[in-house]
Design a protein around this ligand. Structure first.
Ligand code: CAA
Length: 248
């Protein structure tokens, strides 16, 4: 089956990196469904994509933290568009703070949104992928799940956890035509990075060997590569894309 008849669900699809992933997959001909959290922002975002010529992008609001909502959301997407063949887990938040100042709420919010959501989405699509005997699951983790980061015990724990899930699920699905991989971006020029205090942000940029932030499109390109039918021998992998900031 050509990529063009396949459905790709990108959680966090209206965000900085998510938007680039949606466009990259849409350019390859997938029917792309972008997950969102804020309905007003999502409607405006969809208009922008249509105006840019991406007619094969739709949106779907699914509360990823709620397992039952995910099951229902997947059913609705599949009824409307067909079976989901590509799942990109890109939804994520930060609630930075040092351990001594971090509240339990900051911890749980990040673990729920960035890690528990990945169980919810994978569990909701896996039976359909097994039936299709085909699937591509791509988990967008972070450099900070690989190396840790001052002020991010919650985020780094969630992002490291994602890759544990990736490697385990990849083993469970290896003979079923399904690949599961992690992409670990470094500091990419999005609002999430711009929210870091400028002084801290600048000092981080200095530690990137290529001396610049990544572009969202650079992540989009890699995700489209992994999503391709021809990439079936890559599974259980973590791919770093960080300008050389961490070489593990
Ligand atoms: N390493 C060591 N010491 C550090 C440090 C670092 N990286 N950063 C700050 N410090 C020191 C300060 O110099 C200060 O020292 P003194 O107390 O001796 O003066 C102390 O730590 C400050 O500690 P506080 O707990 O008071 O910190 P704060 O409340 O001022 O700020 C913070 C803490 C909010 C975590 C702030 O440092 C920050 O925003 N850091 C950036 C965290 C970050 O990189 N987030 C990434 C977000 S983007 C993302 O996550 C996407 C992705 O995947 C890459």
């Amino acid at each position: 089956m050509a990529n063009s008849s396949r459905v790709a669900w990108v959680t966090g699809g209206t965000g900085g990196i998510g938007s680039a992933i949606c466009r990259s997959l849409a350019a390859e001909g997938y029917k792309v469904v972008a997950g969102y959290h804020n309905p007003e922002k999502a409607k405006a975002w969809l208009e922008e994509q249509k105006a840019a010529g991406f007619d094969n992008i739709d949106i779907a609001g699914v509360d990823l933290v709620d397992y039952d909502a995910c099951v229902k959301g997947v059913k609705e997407i599949e009824e409307k568009h067909g079976p989901i063949a590509v799942l990109v887990n890109c939804a994520g938040i930060t609630r930075d703070g040092t351990m001594k100042k971090m509240s339990p709420e900051q911890w749980h919010e990040v673990i729920d949104t960035n890690l528990n959501s990945v169980f919810n989405t994978c569990r909701s699509v896996i039976e359909s992928m097994l039936e299709q005997q085909y699937g591509r699951i791509i988990n967008i983790s972070s450099i900070n799940g690989r190396k840790g980061q001052f002020g991010q015990v919650n985020y780094a724990a969630a992002k490291a956890g994602m890759h544990g899930l990736t490697m385990s699920l990849a083993q469970e699905t290896a003979t079923k035509g399904i690949t599961v991989n992690t992409v670990s971006p470094g500091y990419i020029a999005t609002d999430m990075i711009m929210n870091i205090p400028e002084k801290v942000r600048e000092s981080i940029r200095e530690t990137i060997p290529v001396k610049r932030y990544g572009k969202p499109e650079e992540i989009g390109r890699l995700v489209a590569y992994l999503a391709d039918e021809e990439s079936g021998f890559i599974t259980g992998a973590n791919i770093d894309i960080n300008g050389g900031q961490f070489m593990g």
